[in-house]
Design a protein around this ligand. Structure first.
Ligand code: PLP
Length: 362
């Protein structure tokens, strides 16, 4: 059977199936006349309030969408003309969305401390005025790296000085296995130019399709007609089901449980990489999230390797799909079991040549 180290989805046991079934029944029973009808375009009001309170903002700034990727679509649609800056590498879906919509973007590198803020400053020094910085500062997809606190402070200051709109995409921040969580860019900057996006996909269940963005009030007002013309009303049954889950106080315990399950998988992957690929490749060491980034000897082409590895029964995503170099790849530890991870890494390692990798990442 093929082992997928490609899929960035939660292991089935991460999903709180019974609890959500019960919450759905309760939500419809209690508030069915509201949530089974058309309703608030910007999301189920009690959920917006819960999110607003958690982030210390006015509920009018919270836009609940059908997954956080949709929030990216909306923000992009209302953006001024101009280029978007993304990380290199970055999440492939925003790249594909921008390519499809003809929005130009350029890339700024990351290292083991996250976005290279010097390189970003160079872009401005060269006279460019981008319309947006899209960044995933915590447990980045695909790199698995986290922006250091020092760089967060610098970036927040720089964005403010330059009035650079930033979308901080943070679906993985709570999926932390160890270490102190640094403050978000949004908190550090005060939420004036930094917008914050997150989701319940990784902390509760992606099938709920509940994500959100915190944006300036005037942008929320401009977003409303766009959301209405896209879907009239978002999926209120899912939002109310999630709200019931939150209201019952099940969220924190679920996040803890999910972190335990994913930590085991991250540990299994790091140990397997050390024993199977030590000295032949380098990889990031994420303290949370779903992914790590692997850099192979320069002569290896990850797309060709994927063809071979698929035949050998293991898959991954080539780094080039995220804008990365041809000898890099993303491994997801979120989905398969720890034993399958060990076997998957073993199968992969058998196909990697013996020469040492040159560059250090994290
Ligand atoms: C960085 C990042 N942003 C957004 C998403 C999309 O999440 P959602 O399910 O909330 O649309 C993902 C999903 O993998 C992701 O990795």
């Amino acid at each position: 059977m093929t082992i997928s180290l490609a899929r960035g989805i939660p292991a089935p046991e991460c999903l709180p199936v019974e609890e959500l079934a019960d919450c759905a029944r309760e939500a419809i029973g209690r508030d069915g006349h509201t949530i089974l009808s058309y309703g608030s375009t910007l999301g189920y009001a009690p959920l917006r309030e819960w999110i607003a309170e958690r982030h210390g903002v006015d509920p009018g700034r919270v836009v609940v969408t059908n997954g956080s990727l949709q929030a990216f679509h909306f923000v992009l649609a209302l953006l001024d003309e101009g280029r978007v800056i993304v990380e290199r590498p970055t999440y492939d879906r925003p790249r594909a969305i921008m390519q499809a919509e003809g929005r130009e973007f350029s890339e700024v590198g990351i290292d083991s401390d996250g976005l290279d803020v010097d390189e970003l400053e160079d872009v401005f020094a060269a006279g460019e005025r981008p319309a947006l910085l899209y960044t995933i500062p915590t447990f980045q997809n695909p790199g698995g790296v986290t922006l250091s606190e020092d760089r967060r402070r610098r970036l927040a200051r720089f964005a403010q000085e330059q009035s650079l709109p930033v979308l901080e995409d943070d679906p993985y921040g709570l999926v932390r296995f160890e270490g102190e969580a640094p403050p978000s860019l949004f908190e550090l900057e005060g939420g004036e130019v930094v917008m914050y996006g997150s989701s319940f996909s990784k902390t509760v269940a992606p099938g709920l399709r509940v994500g959100y963005a915190i944006v300036p009030r005037d942008l929320a007002s401009r977003l409303e007609p766009l959301a209405a013309s896209t879907y009239i009303t978002p999926a209120l049954v899912a939002e109310a089901t999630l709200y019931e889950f939150l209201r019952r106080g099940l969220f924190e315990a679920n996040v803890k449980r999910v972190c335990g399950l994913l930590r085991e998988r991250r540990d299994a992957m790091l140990e397997a990489l050390e024993s199977e690929l030590g000295g032949r490749a380098v990889w990031s060491h994420p303290e949370g999230g779903y992914f790590l980034w692997l850099e192979l000897p320069e002569e290896v082409d990850a797309r060709e390797l994927l063809e071979e590895s698929s035949k050998a029964g293991v898959t991954f995503v080539p780094g080039a799909d995220f804008g990365g170099a041809s000898n890099t790849l993303r491994l997801a530890f979120s989905y398969v079991s720890p034993d399958e991870i060990v076997e998957g890494v073993r199968r992969l390692a058998q196909l990697v040549p013996a020469s040492p990798a040159a560059v250090e990442l994290g």
